[in-house]
Design a protein around this ligand. Structure first.
Ligand SMILES: [Zn+2]
Length: 437
């Protein structure tokens, strides 16, 4: 808590207990029944990496008011008398990190809250839940935004897939109380589906995007995506959904493809069996083969993001023949995608894994993006900040440290531009203008 030293406010003199300091607030800062938070939080004299790609700027002072960044200026800026002041000298501020591929609704609400709290303390200030029970995701999102739980901001998707997917135990668990395939966040679609109604139902869950998962053909993918566009809902997808190929998804207008390894299916004849997705002809379809090059060029041209999920489909898997072929392929195709300018969006498909790492797995994913897929540390950082916010469609609100954006930021003891693993050296987490750690 050394960062609390350097407080200049009158309150810092009056209150001696740390708790009182963190909770001291002007009445105007009491928000929608949530816990009280400081009206004004000032981070003084910090080195700023704002997430836009701009170089680091030393000696910056960031002023946040009621959770929103009010100004970013020189160290000598006037500090309001009622401000909580954090000394940023020797520290590096980066935007709060997004894990743009998680599944937090698979167990109980209490387990989800516990995991989200740990993720926030470990620097993840936003998550994108990539399919699950939208009833729970919606409740977690509400509780987080109301300040009832200490959690990252929660965004989530509504899933759509062909009927064969609706025997998967995960999707059945996520839609208890509904006939399989009829829950608005887990709908089965066929050529006969009333798509305007189905997309409206998905949209009604509060999801930020529709996610196409499995067992859809190219024609249905096009029709669903067109209807979603009409209704203002984005569409993301597993990188292949069988029998539709990655290129069909890109042509249809999806905004992000998840799991770099599944891009391999662009180079082989369409299969109808989605359960084969994790295998694939990694020996026969080179990551720089013409089919893959065309696909990546098209993604670049249409600004379709790639959410590689390197850890979960690589090191996390058993050391078997499939994985020994798939892992290097996935690294190579991500490297090529990044070199061509395809936006990379970091996600773990796991969020936390206490047996492997005390911190959220996102830190390890960022390391893999640099060491295995050739991203620069700056590119890796942007994959978990600005690029992630753009993929979700919230870049006007979060993802960079700029005036008018939410005050979600991390103070690090060392620069991640020198070594990406420095994202682990967390000195403080500030969520919506409130110091969490
Ligand atoms: Zn997933």
């Amino acid at each position: 808590m050394a960062w609390l030293r350097g407080m200049l406010s009158v309150r810092a003199i009056i209150f001696t207990s740390l708790a009182a300091l963190l909770l001291s607030t002007a009445p105007a800062a009491v928000q929608r029944g949530g816990p009280r938070r400081p009206a004004v939080l000032v981070v003084r004299d910090v080195t700023l990496i704002d997430g836009t790609g701009a170089a680091a700027t030393p000696h910056v002072t960031i002023v946040a008011r009621d959770g929103v960044i009010a100004s970013i200026g020189e160290a000598g800026v006037d500090v309001p008398a009622d401000a909580t002041v954090v000394d940023g000298a020797g520290k590096v501020a980066i935007p709060g990190l997004f894990d743009a591929h998680v599944h937090v609704t698979g167990s109980t609400h209490a387990a989800a809250v516990d995991e989200l709290e740990r993720a926030l303390a470990g620097g993840v200030t936003s998550v994108w839940d990539m399919a699950g029970d939208a009833r729970m995701a919606s409740e977690l999102a509400r509780e987080a935004s109301a300040g009832e739980i200490r959690a990252p901001t929660v965004y989530y998707v509504a899933l759509m897939a062909g009927p064969p997917f609706f025997t998967d135990p995960r999707v059945l668990g996520a839609s208890r109380g509904f006939e399989p395939g009829t829950a608005p966040w887990a709908q089965a679609a066929t050529a006969a589906t009333d798509l305007p109604r189905a997309v409206a139902a998905a949209r009604g869950t509060g999801a930020s995007s529709l996610k196409l998962y499995a067992a859809l053909d190219g024609d249905l993918v096009r029709r669903i995506t067109a209807e979603a566009r009409v209704q203002g809902l984005r569409v993301v997808a597993h990188a292949t959904v069988f029998p539709a190929k990655p290129g069909d998804l890109v042509d249809a207008g999806v905004t992000m493809l998840a799991h770099a390894a599944y891009l391999v299916w662009e180079g082989t004849p369409a299969s109808t069996d989605y359960t084969k997705r994790a295998s694939g002809d990694f020996a026969g379809v080179a990551p720089d083969s013409p089919a893959i090059e065309r696909l990546l060029a098209s993604m670049r041209e249409k600004s379709v993001a790639l959410n590689p999920t390197l850890w979960v489909l690589g090191e996390r898997q058993a050391d078997d023949a499939v994985n020994r072929a798939r892992t290097p392929w996935m690294y190579a195709v991500t490297r090529r995608a990044n070199a061509l300018g395809v936006p990379i969006v970091a996600g773990t498909d796991g969020l936390t894994d206490r047996a492997r790492d005390p911190l959220p797995m996102l830190h390890h994913e960022l390391e893999l993006l640099v060491t295995r897929a050739g991203l620069t540390p700056m590119q890796a950082l942007q994959s978990a900040t600005q690029n992630a916010a753009r993929a979700i469609g919230v870049e006007g609100v979060r993802g960079t440290i700029e005036a008018g954006k939410a005050a979600d930021l991390l103070l690090l003891d060392a620069s991640p531009l020198d070594d990406i693993t420095n994202t682990r050296k967390i000195h403080a987490v500030i969520k919506d203008g409130r110091a969490i750690r």
